[in-house]
Design a protein around this ligand. Structure first.
Ligand SMILES: Nc1ncnc2c1ncn2[C@@H]1O[C@H](COP(=O)(O)OP(=O)(O)O)[C@@H](O)[C@H]1O
Ligand SMILES: Cc1cn([C@H]2C[C@H](O)[C@@H](COP(=O)(O)O)O2)c(=O)[nH]c1=O
Ligand SMILES: [Zn+2]
Length: 192
């Protein structure tokens, strides 16, 4: 199987690019980000991973998936810091991209234009089903967009929504299974 990231998995050619991994909560975005990062490390490329400082859900600095796969990362409070901290990295990974500010697409664009492979993972939609933060703009400028799906907890079909189980209308509300469940379109719209 030719996975979409493999077009970038080259060691000796210049040529940066942006890969976006998007989907609902529990869809495997972080796992897929870590998988690509690890493959880049096997290719002996230098890799740096970043996440937004506010994401302290599983760990203050590591990127951690719901099934406890982890990678060391640097938390940053604004996207421009990634440009300063990327150093000589050939591959830059960014998790929880939905929480970053509106400059993230510009930051990823400058990294890619410098020849860096940028792999960005994030929620494409918030709990209301609205596009989340800089994700739509990132998807527009990316070479590759991979949409992954969780399993709907109600019916077992592929899930694209993150249904909020707890009260609260604020867009940003950190949480896991106690606060959100992945649902397919039909089960999301049923609201029960
Ligand atoms: N309903 C579900 N559908 C799919 N995976 C689930 C579900 N509930 C828990 N998981 C776990 O979540 C893991 C994916 O976690 P993660 O990569 O952190 O997802 P994301 O970053 O998209 O939230 C899966 O490998 C699986 O172990
Ligand atoms: C839908 C939705 C989610 N969040 C928060 C909840 C989690 O802390 C993260 C998503 O993490 P994951 O790695 O994708 O599972 O985002 C939020 O703040 N607002 C929302 O609408
Ligand atoms: Zn369903």
């Amino acid at each position: 199987m030719q996975l979409s990231d493999e077009i970038f998995n080259r060691k000796n050619e210049a040529g940066g690019g942006i890969e976006v991994i998007c989907g609902s909560m529990f869809s495997g975005k972080t796992e897929e980000l870590i998988r690509r990062i690890n493959r880049a490390r096997y290719a002996r490329l230098s890799v740096k991973v970043f996440k937004p400082k506010l994401d302290v859900r599983y760990d203050e600095s590591d990127v951690v998936s719901h099934n406890a796969v982890a990678a060391a990362s640097t938390p940053v409070d604004k996207s421009e810091k990634i440009l300063l901290l990327a150093g000589h990295a050939q591959v830059v990974g960014i998790d929880e991209a939905q929480f970053f500010d509106a400059k993230l697409p510009e930051v990823c664009q400058s990294l890619a234009n410098k020849g860096i492979r940028v792999v960005v993972a994030g929620l494409d939609m918030d709990f209301k089903g609205r596009p989340f933060g800089p994700m739509p703009a990132l998807m527009a400028i990316a070479e590759s967009v991979t949409k992954v799906h969780a399993v709907c907890v109600k019916c077992g079909n592929p899930a694209l929504y993150s249904y909020r189980l707890v009260p609260g209308k604020e867009k940003v509300l950190l949480g896991e299974k106690e606060s959100y469940e992945p649902r397919c379109r039909v089960c999301y719209n049923s609201k029960v």
